[in-house]
Design a protein around this ligand. Sequence first.
Ligand SMILES: [Zn+2]
Length: 371
Amino acid sequence: MKYCSNCVMPDSKPGIVLDERGYCNACRSKEVKEKIDWDERYKELEGIVEDIKKAEHPFYDCIVAVSGGKDSWFQAMMLAERFGLKVLCVTLAAHLPTTEGISNLNNMIKDLNVDHMKITIKPSVFRKIRQKCFLRQGEPNWAEHCAMFSSVVNTALIYDVPLVVWGEDIAFEFGGLQRSDSKPSALAINKSDLIKEKTIHDWLDDDISDRDIFFYKYPDYQKLQDAGVKSVYLGHFVHWYGRKNYEIVKERGFVGRQAGPLPGNFLDYDNIDEKLCEINIWFKYLKFGFWRATDQCCYDIWNNRMTRDEAVDIVNRLQDEFPGNDLSDFLNFHDISKEEFWDTVEKFRNKDIWEMKEGQWVHKYPLLKQS
Ligand SMILES: [Zn+2]
């Protein structure tokens, strides 16, 4: 395991390749971003918007998937206010929302004054799929990533909406398994690193039948093309920076986590909508030796807000914190015992990265400052 010489991303993250300078994929993307003609890209987006307006769609011009988080608030604001499109916001409802998550989503809809549709997927099925995703691949949030991408795009098909807008392309911004050049189309978002090659059909068994999974099934690409549904990453057309989005929507009523950053976090406004995602992210620490603090610090390094040495201090201070605050909710929701939980933790602990020393698991590759 080696760390990027520019940020603090380790090459244990799937898909990360350090180049001859020791730079990771995301640091290379940052260099690409600096050379992009953003005025030109913005004009491309204006062209797409003009075409949609001219076509005078009967219902909505565009769907924006929203959680009430800083980025989706910013996206919906751009499309509804800057471009004047008839926006339908669609939310895949969180099953265990936080107080801040509920209030941010409500405030956002009020602030933007847009129509909003909330899709709540059948709880018993969602619980079962999450439970299987947790026990079998240590990644319970696969279930909502799958349902979110599919339900939003299905809604566009059902309501004949010509455009679906997502935020940033994670492969380009953060580096990963997918090819990492910036691309406008998000049509294949159902094959992104959050989903990989799996589909909902891989989880069907005696508990989960085909009749219960409509909103998890991503439509056929050909069907989307025939229906004229475009799906794009806003981050391809405008210079994307999550912290800037946060600063903009904070002025509009977005609130960070009232009790301060979650365990292991450096920021108080990142993924604070619901209670089930922190354990999912913490499993990256077991599998790949890094998690939230690394992601958040890297992001600030890429955007010239933090030095590598500062990041090393923050990551080393925070990454051993365990996100135990919502653990009982997590166990209850998935109907698993504490023993099953800790057995699963050990099942996914990567022994290439972790070693037992004097009765304690120790990270074999500490993050160090460059001499
Ligand atoms: Zn890097």
